[in-house]
Write a protein that binds this ligand. Structure first.
Ligand code: GDP
Length: 148
């Protein structure tokens, strides 16, 4: 069986308590959910707890209507020694028509920590197919831009 430990999918209903004054999902709410998805994806991959070091890009392409179903597709794109990049593609689905809209892409860098809060080594992610290789390279470039 293929090992899909680097992949995670979460779906959450956009409920009225998530609304902003315009009646769509609040941007802060989306950020919180994205951070939780990144936490879940990286923790499962690393096998230890993680914390967020950086968020590289969050582009709100489309407002998310209340009542729609948000789908978060997360994947480990890159691993360094003690940090990794989790990419998340967000789509929302109109439940009545099943139409899906790509509304957000984000890239989180997470650090793996043991119980003593010391950084620990992460199992290296080796990209297998062309898409993984492209994402790996793009993650590396984002990291180089950030740290110089
Ligand atoms: P990309 O980074 O240029 O490929 O842009 P996308 O918006 O398509 O995806 C953003 C990130 O979400 C990717 O870098 C992946 O980490 C993750 N991702 C995209 N598609 C999928 C998918 O089908 N499943 C999972 N688990 N993750 C995905």
């Amino acid at each position: 069986m293929e090992n899909n430990k680097h992949l995670l999918t979460m779906s959450i209903l956009a409920s009225p308590n998530m609304a902003n004054f315009s009646g769509v999902v609040h941007g802060g709410e989306i950020l919180k959910l994205l951070d939780q998805v990144a936490y879940a994806c990286a923790t499962r991959y690393c096998g230890v707890g993680v914390v967020t070091l950086a968020v590289d890009q969050v582009l709100f392409r489309h407002p998310i209507p209340i009542g729609s179903l948000m789908h978060f597709y997360a994947s480990i794109n890159f691993t360094g020694n003690t940090s990794c990049e989790v990419g998340i593609r967000t789509e929302y689905e109109d439940l009545k028509t099943q139409k899906r809209i790509h509304c957000n892409s984000a890239y989180f860098t997470m650090i793996a920590l043991n119980e003593k809060k010391q950084k620990v080594q992460i199992p290296p992610f080796v990209p297998q197919n062309e898409e993984q290789k492209r994402r790996f390279q793009e993650a590396k470039e984002r990291r180089e831009k950030r740290f110089g």
